[in-house]
Design a protein around this ligand. Sequence first.
Ligand code: 3H9
Length: 726
Amino acid sequence: MARDARGSAAVALIRLHNPPVNALSLTVLQALEDGLKRADADPSVKAVMIYGENGKFSAGADIRGFSSVRGHGLGLGHLVSLIEQSKKPVVAAIEGVALGGGLEVALGCHYRVAHVKARLGLPEVTIGLLPGGEGTQRLPRLIGVPAALDLITTGRHIPATEALKLGLVDEVVEENTVEAAICLANRVIDQPLGPRRLSLKPVPKLPNMEAFLNGAFAKLKKQARGFLAPELCLQAVRAATQLPFAQGVRRERELFAVLLSSGQARALQYAFFAERAVQKWTTPRGASWRSAAPQPIRKAAVIGLGTMGRGIVTSLVKANIPVVALEQNLEYLNTGRKAVMLLLEREAMKMEQGTQTLGFHDPARLQFTVDFDVLWDVDLVIEAVFENMALKKEIFQKLSKICKPGAFLCTNTSALNIDEIAAATSHPQQVIGTHFFSPAHVMRLVEIIYGHHTSPVAIATAMQLAKALKKVGVVVGNCFGFVGNRMMFPYVQQAVFLLEEGSRPEAVDQVLEDFGFKIGPFRMSDLAGLDVGWRSRKGQGLTGPSLPAGTPARQRHGQRYSPLPDLLCEQGRFGQKTGRGWYQYEKAGGRTAKPDPWLHNFLAQYRDTHRIKTRSIDQEEILERCLFPLINEGFKILAEGIASGPEHLDVIYINGYGWPRHKGGPMFYASTVGLPRVLAKLQKYSVAHPDVPELQPSALLKKLVALGSPPLKDWVSCLSQPSNKL
Ligand code: 3H9
């Protein structure tokens, strides 16, 4: 209980306490309801203030509770109404976060005071839901339909200052939020509450509401690629514009129930927890986040200012880490410098406080050089030169001599052997792979690859760095292609085999884009450049002059091999950069892919030459032939201990390879399809294509099916039982 200076009016304080984020479990909701009722019944209480323990208001409903508690929605909505109907003014003191159900509780309050550093939002859409505590009905009444729709369909967390501008909060304070809320509560005692009850307010009118909502719907539908929640969020907001409050709430509940029981919500909530689980990494050698403290990175260096290096420098500057950017000669340095500055200027424009915050014109924060000796005092180096083992080894040998012994030496490689690179140094325990994804200042994923000698401290430091860069680090073992590219290989391989057998790039891409990928494998290959893989295959002796004489065109080392991508490269068709690839483009560098009759003829001739009988391939086969071998490779990776759990693979695919988040990642998807079905289909396809080892079902998949398909969380642990050894 808090009294004002005269000690007359009393404000009852209700504190939410459910660490770490004051999630609204059923117990918390019940306790809040009890507290409210007590305050209402107590004549000495004149106002109520709700705040959260540990500087956090609330991160919303307890996500873990959704699978078991179906009545959750009703509970929260009922409580929010109860708050609103209170006869005494209720003030929310928002510190830290007010998200989801947390913000809905605040919307039930009559006044809202937020700390300047607080973040507010309705992120339910990101976990496959909609605000189910009457938020879709109250928010449009408070801030209008366009702003409410934006917050509800994107789920973005907004700063308190933006919330104030929108009218979502009444006050923003820089100091003691709780004190400020108590002051406000004292000021509003005895003021009429009717105008503060959002359920009684009309939704502010727009001259063209229907047209606005229809336009928004069309836009969402286009971006959704099968993701249901944004569409249903819009329907709930539309209900707010068309129905009285109580009926709108009923509609919100119906739509919430549809989403809650959809597989998409389960997949997205799995992805939410998987991203957090992979932060708590372990390696089969017993190293773990518990046994290693990350070292601070006060200064970093990036070697190589190609596409990857530029993005990595930009990310480091954005994270406020001073960087030295190094190139091999002045010409490359100047080109790289210009490109980095351009990227940073664009990033600064997007940021709230502009270039002042990034400070990239200050040489103490961003230095360009061609002189390796400058690197003597950096704490961490990220080498990002092109994929050439000899060059990387030469650089690491140099770094090992110049850098201080405690410096961490990271290589940005997508496939090369970390141990071989580490062997070029005198501190192999400091060497680690950091595989960024292009464009590196945008993509969230970093594969963090430990080698045989990499120390747990190096892993912990690389993970900490990923976090500082606002990226998701996933710790994986060392093998060719690591996790992501290794699983991608059979996917792309099957896509090309499907062309040999009768399909077309646009048909294959369409199936995978309908599945939810942002971009199908052929459009992706055109974007990345066909020449990249061509160079790598040449390096592996799969194509070009090193091919043994007399090798059949469609076999390499006794296995099926499609030379189609090589043949395209021989024609100078490298994809978007040359204006021709699997598709044709309006010009070199063009972005709009159009089916290419030349390619269709070329494929027909190719099939004739190799006497391949063209057959019509249905969508189901395209999907299964591409996805199941990718998943199969995932099982092999798990069995080899390259990743410690299926969540790792899923987080990698969602954040680095455009896998639709609402399908939970490839391994989660396999669990929803059913492991027996995945196995049966792989068996069927491997019989039809015996010279494709990637279609042979992995031992782990077979074992899991034999064990009755245990839940995904037990896929790896069940192998520790002696009877389950592979
Ligand atoms: C909702 O409200 C529906 C209602 O409209 C209707 C209901 C009927 N529940 O992310 P962090 C855990 S849906 C349970 O590492 P940060 C998290 O797993 C909800 N647990 O920290 C982690 O646990 P652990 C809408 C939760 O500082 C720990 O807290 N709300 C929840 O980087 C720390 O989390 C959201 O979608 C939760 N709601 O970020 C908000 N939230 O330590 C989701 C967190 O065991 N949460 N945990 O790994 C977030 O966005 C971030 O967690 C937050 C903190 C920004 C809060």
